[in-house]
Design a protein. Structure first.
Length: 130
């Protein structure tokens, strides 16, 4: 029979539950079921605490996601105001301090790689027929 690998929280829960259902009064490894539950209490308490933190994290992330839209909208308006301000503009130090690249420092990004001999003619012929 194949064994199924289970995560530790599931394994601990199933062992405690199965022991309680089938042989609640039997001592195993020198421990009663209640003693076993006391031994694993720090672990189960930590699992509960992690679950609470995960719920809190999910709640905080949902709040963040709801607030992101309005925050980005007002931020865009502020940046546009800086760009449109005659004293600041897209080339000013305030615009750069906000994390943007000033207009005078931008490159076009256009790169035209050199073609090997013979490729230039073939490429231009293909483009002109279309």
């Amino acid at each position: 029979m194949a064994t199924v690998k289970k995560d530790p929280p599931t394994r601990v829960s199933e062992v405690a539950g199965g022991w309680g259902k089938v042989r609640p009064e039997k001592k195993l490894f020198g421990l009663t079921r209640e003693q076993y539950l006391q031994q694993i209490k720090p672990y189960t308490d930590a699992l509960a605490e992690v679950a609470e933190f995960e719920d809190g994290l999910a709640h905080a992330q949902a709040k963040r996601d709801l607030a992101e839209g309005p925050a980005m909208k007002i931020t865009k308006c502020i940046v546009n105001a800086v760009k449109g301000d005659p004293e600041e503009g897209e080339d000013g130090p305030l615009y750069a301090a906000m994390g943007y690249v000033p207009e005078s420092q931008r490159s076009t990004g256009l790169k035209r790689p050199r073609k090997k001999n013979g490729e230039a003619g073939a490429a231009s012929q293909g483009e002109s027929s279309g």
